[in-house]
Design a protein around this ligand. Structure first.
Ligand code: MLT
Length: 397
């Protein structure tokens, strides 16, 4: 008789953003005349940029002609895109071989799938609060998960685990807190990983929101990270590809884990991808090459600047209200302490009912997120302005 994977019973009943969507829907059904102002999920709202659109159209046109039509591509991604990714890193002083780049359909699936290459009895360290995917995917896989606390006392950047762990998930700039790890902080993790033969899974999906030149945008800016870290990246937040879907994972050939020689972990991920993934869309890969071009990067910068101007508006408005605010400077998320020690969900409900604003309750990211909410800067300016105006006018604190 078939039985379900009982580990699913250990997860919260619904995914955080599904629960928020459910509450918003219930509110709208009861109040159909009210316009809800969305500062919840980090979902991009600006259209794709001209050079990217042109490339995507070109990708479609190629499929219309027998001479340029392609079916399945390489599971690891087209060589031209893998080379473009390596060149993009090279411009920031990081040398990679194209065969260390694995094109994917985004950071979320890769950050969940990566756990399959680690032994069942691996101990996985994640932060608290955390992007729920790292936690849930490891719980489903039956791995032991330990938490690294992120609090205002440590600036929401965790200390290395006290116990011995095998895999460490880090996300910087951080979702949800908006904190960014310095090079010195990342170095403590690289040193820990080298010493304990652990692997860091570094989610850099928000790297392009960093404007401070001192802050690292890739784990590979840290010496020896190529021996102990996998990096996951995405064009979702960099170029508005949330619905288009593409990203990549870097598995350096120098990366070794217990019992492996250089190149073997890279080969293992290659084996995983060739078996369980059929490659990213060929149309989208054309678009991705355009994003990584000089013109594409210039255009992406405009999108990012727009969202970061939103972040400034939100952050300043919350500060004007006397709330304690974190993040929002090198990251598109603003992490706000709830007033009067309200719980995250109570403050979420208050913002919804009094101001018609959707936020994300910090408690949904873990117990250390309790007492905070996250506001996202990915809206359109008009909506952001309406939301902060409504909060300033209607919030009763
Ligand atoms: C978020 O709001 O945390 C993100 O948009 C979710 C995601 O990137 O999957």
């Amino acid at each position: 008789m078939a039985k379900i994977n009982q580990n699913y019973n250990k997860l919260p009943k619904t995914y955080l953003f599904s629960e928020i969507a459910r509450r918003a829907k219930t509110f709208s059904e009861k109040n159909p005349e009210v316009e809800l102002l969305k500062l919840g999920i980090g979902n991009t709202t600006l259209p794709l940029t001209p050079s990217v659109l042109e490339a995507l159209h070109r990708g479609v046109d190629k499929l219309a002609d027998v001479k340029t039509y392609t079916g399945y591509g390489d599971e690891q991604g087209n060589t031209s895109l893998r080379k473009a990714v390596a060149a993009w890193y090279s411009k920031r002083g990081i040398e990679l071989e194209p065969t260390e780049v694995f094109i994917s359909d985004g950071a979320k699936p890769d950050s969940a799938n990566i756990t399959s290459i680690f032994a069942d009895n691996s101990v996985i360290a994640i932060t608290d609060p955390v992007y729920p995917v790292y936690q849930d995917s490891n719980i489903v896989a039956g791995k032991k998960v330990v938490l690294m606390d992120c609090t205002k006392e440590n600036g929401f950047i965790p200390h290395v685990p006290k116990e011995k762990v095998d895999v460490i998930f880090l996300c910087s700039p951080n979702n949800p807190t908006g904190a960014v790890a310095t090079k010195a902080q990342l170095k403590t993790f690289v040193d820990y990983a080298i010493e304990n033969k652990a692997v860091i899974v570094f989610d850099a999906a928000y790297s392009e929101y960093i404007s401070d030149p001192e802050l690292p945008r890739s784990i590979y800016e840290i010496e020896n990270a190529n021996k102990c870290a996998v990096e996951i990246q995405s064009l979702s937040k960099m170029a508005g590809f949330t619905g288009v879907r593409i990203g990549w994972t870097i598995v350096p050939k120098d990366l070794v884990i217990e019992g492996t020689e250089p190149g073997e972990v890279n080969a293992l991920w290659n084996r995983r991808q060739t078996t369980m993934f059929n490659g990213a869309s060929n149309i989208v890969q054309e678009g991705a090459i355009a994003v990584l071009s000089e013109q594409g990067q210039k255009e992406s910068r405009e999108l990012i600047n727009y969202y970061m101007a939103n972040a400034k508006i939100i952050k300043e408005a919350m500060e004007d209200l006397g709330l304690k605010v974190f993040g929002g400077e090198n990251a598109p998320y603003i992490w706000v302490k709830t007033p009067s020690d309200l719980s995250s969900w109570d403050f979420f409900d208050k913002l919804l009912n009094e101001c018609h604003v959707i936020s994300t309750p910090g408690a949904g990211f873990g117990s250390k997120g309790e007492g905070y909410i996250r506001l996202s800067a990915f809206g359109q300016r008009e909506n952001i302005e309406k939301a902060v105006k409504s909060i300033k006018k209607n919030l009763k604190i």
